[in-house]
Each structure stands twice: as C-alpha cells, then as structure tokens.
Design a binder for this molecule. Structure first.
Ligand code: AMP
Length: 184
C-alpha cells in the first residue's frame, strides 16, 4: 500500500506511522527523520537542512525531493510505503507524482490526521524535540496552514480523514478500519 500521511506538526503522524508500518508491512519514510539522521551524521545534506529545520521553515524542495526519490527507489519501498512529512506543498505533491510515475506506481490514498491546534501545541511542547520551542512551533503551524493544508483540496477524493485526538490505540484502530474499507 502506498500512502501519504498528512496532518499538522504534532498530530501524531510519526507515532501512528510506526504502528501502521508494522501492521501493513511497508516502510515508514519520514523526511524529518531522514533530515535528523543526516544532521546527526554531519552530512552535507544535514548541514544544509539544519538551518531551515532550526527555524521551523521548509528545507528547499529540490534538496528534499532528491532525498525522497532516492529513498523511494530503495528495494523495501518498491511495493509500498507510508510517507510521513512529504509532500508538504502542492509543488512537492506534483514531484511525488512524477517520481511514482517513473516506477509505474500511484498512491492508494492520503490519510489526513485531524487535530485541534491547541492539542498539537501541547503535544509538541511535551515531546521536547530540538525544534520544539514556542517560536518554532508557531512558524511550523503557519507553514502548515499556508503551504501544506492546501494539499487536502489538492488530493480531493483520495483523502481519508481520521479524527486524531484520543489514545494512540483508538486512533490506530480508526485508521486501520478506514484502510480496510479502502482495500475493499
Ligand atoms: P517533521 O519531523 O516532519 O516535523 O519535520 C521537521 C522539519 O524538517 C520541518 O519543520 C522542516 O524544516 C523539515 N522538513 C521535513 N519534511 C520536509 C519537506 N517535505 N519539505 C521541506 N522541509 C521538510
């Protein structure tokens, strides 16, 4: 199954993706995790990305899309994936379509995790990641509203909306039920 996971920062996409990855047997590909791994290893990509991530801004699309394309071309992603954090703009969505077209593949769906803004701020402050301070959180929420939320219209009927407040288990059960309905 080839799925994109959408939702504001702090929506719990990463947590849900880890569980779904296990249940569906497809890799969880998170652009944020890939960037953080590159930063940790001090690669040129990591050095370039860090300044944007620390400011809560988007890393330039050419750099990001190249990283995603090479990851999607790895063997474990050939039959499916959960893409978490990409696309984040309509331009990136078009690039993703092009990357998949080269593999003769298309998305099966786009899961939108819907959460109220005060809940996501609370969750982000609680997890304490390096880019989770109040200023950066505010910037990331703006970026989400302005650049990423338009993807919900862009994907139209492919969107599967999940109410993502409550326990991790409940949210996972809702997501699995929605994906089972999709598979029928
Ligand atoms: P995340 O772990 O998804 O919250 O991503 C952390 C940070 O990585 C974001 O705030 C951006 O700076 C950067 N990032 C992740 N995915 C993308 C993307 N698709 N395009 C541009 N920047 C990204």
């Amino acid at each position: 199954m080839r799925l994109v996971l959408l939702g504001p920062p702090g929506a719990g996409k990463g947590t849900q993706a880890a569980i779904l990855s296990e249940k569906l047997g497809v890799p969880h590909i998170s652009t944020g995790d890939l960037f953080r791994a590159n930063i940790g290893e001090g690669t040129p990509l990591g050095v370039e990305a860090k300044q944007y991530i620390d400011a809560g801004k988007l890393v330039p699309t050419d750099v990001t899309a190249r990283m995603v394309e090479s990851r999607l071309n790895e063997d474990d992603a050939k039959n499916g994936f959960l893409l978490d954090g990409f696309p984040r703009t309509v331009e990136q969505a078009d690039l993703l379509e092009g990357i998949l077209a080269k593999q003769n593949a298309t998305l099966d769906g786009v899961v939108e995790f819907r959460v109220a803004e005060d809940v996501v701020v609370e969750r982000m402050l609680a997890r304490g990641r390096a880019d989770d301070n109040e200023d950066t959180i505010r910037t990331r929420l703006h970026v989400y509203r302005d650049e990423t939320a338009p993807l919900i219209d862009h994907y139209g009927d492919a969107i599967i909306t999940i109410e993502a407040e409550g326990s991790v288990e409940d949210i996972n059960a809702r997501t699995m039920a929605a994906l089972e309905a999709l598979a029928k």
